[in-house]
Design a protein around this ligand. Structure first.
Ligand SMILES: O=C(CO)[C@H](O)[C@H](O)COP(=O)(O)O
Ligand SMILES: [Mg+2]
Ligand SMILES: [Mg+2]
Length: 244
């Protein structure tokens, strides 16, 4: 789990709780940063997801169910950023160059982390809880295999378009970008689990906006879920990096 040169005691109590929860295959709540999205995402390892977790996410979180992937694994799997794909596809439709995301488009970051949307080939429509759980589990499995140096064939297992968004983490992780894409992968690395993490934003049923941080914290208390902030993750990630 946590590497030999690393000790869980090096981290804050809250991060220790988050690491242990993730290692047990449980969900945590992950807030990014005030002034960024200021969103809290349900966060859990892809290989721990069940149809019940997908149901919980869509009913109680309500945001987009995505799978964040480690940068190295994304490279191995051949998953580019969606914005790069659309830029290339401009040859098919010249309208695309006007649509594709460019610097300054996002109000909270310099770019999004979206890669392609996929379904596992054993799903039917791809959207029911069991279909999405299968796609998510299989993404976790293929990331694990690719990082173990096993031979993989992404296209034989998955098709696109699909119903699960993949997100590609920045190479420099939280030092390059502070989205839940990078924060969740940093936590996976610290916890020593497969760096394929499901994230889903918590929305407020009354306002339709991102759930306020205070309300998300309270939800965590009520449901026994650890609440972690981006800044705590960066601090822990730096400790982890030094120990490698
Ligand atoms: O927009 C998103 C996808 O629904 C979410 O905010 C998710 O947390 C991943 O994005 P980011 O890394 O930018 O926070
Ligand atoms: Mg977002
Ligand atoms: Mg986010």
């Amino acid at each position: 789990m946590v590497s030999n040169t690393d000790s869980i005691e090096n981290y804050s109590t809250n991060i220790q709780k988050a690491i242990k929860a993730l290692q047990r295959g449980e969900m945590i709540l992950l807030f990014d940063l005030e002034g960024r999205e200021a969103e809290t995402d349900f966060t859990i390892a892809a290989n721990a997801v069940t149809p019940e977790y997908v149901r919980w996410m869509r009913k109680d979180a309500g945001g987009l169910i995505c799978v964040a992937l480690d940068s190295e694994a994304s490279e191995e799997l051949g998953l580019p950023f969606m914005a790069d794909i659309v830029r290339e596809a401009n040859q098919c439709s010249t309208a695309l160059h006007k649509i594709v995301e460019k610097g300054g488009d996002l109000k909270y970051d310099s770019r999004s982390s979206f890669s392609i949307w996929v379904n596992h080939r054993d799903t039917r429509t791809g959207i029911p809880d069991n279909d999405r759980a299968l796609t998510i589990n299989k993404l976790g499995e293929i990331v694990e295999k690719t990082l173990n140096g096993e031979e993989i064939h992404f296209g034989s297992e998955f098709r696109t378009p699909g119903h699960v968004a993949t997100l590609r983490a920045a190479k420099g992780l939280v030092h390059e970008r502070m989205g839940q894409t990078e924060l969740s992968i940093a936590l996976a690395k610290i916890a020593g689990i497969t760096p394929a993490m499901v994230v889903c934003e918590m929305l407020d049923d009354e306002t339709g906006r991102a759930l306020e941080k205070g309300d998300a914290k309270q939800y965590g208390k009520d449901n026994d879920l650890v609440f972690v902030e981006g800044e705590e993750v960066v601090e822990a990630y730096d400790i982890w990096l030094k120990s490698q």
